[in-house]
Write a protein that binds this ligand. Structure first.
Ligand code: MG
Length: 295
């Protein structure tokens, strides 16, 4: 079941995609007594029996009005996150090696590297990145699997990690490499306005075997850049959730970006960054493709 947020006939709406992904059914037609303000409220407020009803929609959509996907504008599933995005640094060995963080066998950082990424507004697929080359010309992409938290939780055991997840999305952790070096900590280098994108949908967790082992890749102007699998995470999703939630409350709609595989511009020889006019696509098997244009 793929949830999207979209601009359709009735304005901004939440919906479930049909199985062939040619159309969308509004949640208002399936759950007429519910009005969710946005995706985060939906994740927070929806009940198990309502989710069960929604799970019938992809194959049983003939009961409801369907808007063709080509007639709607797909928006970021979550535009304004409840908190800063929780990001993981160096969580694929090959990426650690290409950036020089992991130097041969001497990498000694068994615990996850967490950092916060501010996003006043998350871009959706099709949206434009406002590239501030005047502040930092070294703009890079990072395709990542995003985990969306489904319930308020704290001190989650590894074996309970899946139960606190709502679903998954494709994430692009745009990075200003010069700012990352300049300020030592990565927060500013990750957080310029429009430098966060997620979409096109959130896949409900039951559609993905746990832990996810999904092909992940990116293309810059159609040229293959990253090509990996989410089963290669150094710290897997149960480890990430149990570690970060120890003494720290996670809330519905919280986003955990699980790290990026090798193939970023910074890892090329010589480093090759994005330019005005570029198109970057990030794709994860079973979720979809997140496409942005660099203005
Ligand atoms: Mg990243």
């Amino acid at each position: 079941m793929k949830f999207i947020r979209y601009e359709g006939k009735r304005g901004t709406d939440l919906g479930v995609m049909t199985r062939d992904e040619s159309g969308v059914v509004s949640l208002r037609d399936v759950l007429p007594n519910k009005a969710f303000a946005d995706m985060t409220r939906m994740i927070e407020e929806i009940r198990g029996d309502e989710l069960t009803l929604l799970q019938l929609v992809p194959d049983g959509y003939d009961k409801y009005p369907v808007e063709k996907l080509e007639n709607v504008r797909v928006l970021a599933p979550i535009e304004k996150p409840v908190h800063d995005v929780i990001c993981i640094g160096v969580n694929y060995r090959a990426h650690g090696e290409e950036t020089g963080v992991i130097r041969e066998a001497k990498f000694d950082q068994p615990d996850p590297i967490f950092f916060g990424k501010r996003a006043i507004r998350i871009l959706g697929s099709g949206d434009e990145v406002d590239f501030r080359s005047d502040i930092d010309p070294e703009l890079d992409y990072e395709a990542e699997l995003a985990v969306i938290i489904g319930k308020r939780c704290k001190d989650v055991a590894k074996e309970d990690a899946e139960s606190v997840i709502f679903g998954y999305s494709v994430f692009n952790d745009y990075s200003s490499r010069k700012l990352q070096r300049q300020h030592v900590q990565w927060m500013r280098g990750k957080s310029l306005d429009t430098y966060t994108a997620m979409g096109p949908c959130i896949v409900y967790k039951s559609d993905v075997a746990f832990p996810p082992a999904l092909h992940i890749c990116s293309r810059l102007n159609g040229e293959a850049r990253q090509d990996s699998n989410t089963d290669l995470l150094i710290n897997d999703i149960p480890t990430l959730i149990s570690t970060i939630s120890a003494g720290l409350t996670l809330e519905p709609g919280d986003i955990i970006a699980t790290g990026t595989p090798a193939g970023v511009g910074m890892g090329m020889d010589p480093p090759t960054y994005m330019e005005h006019g570029d198109t970057i696509e990030c794709e994860i098997e079973g979720i979809g493709t997140l496409t942005n244009h660099i203005k």
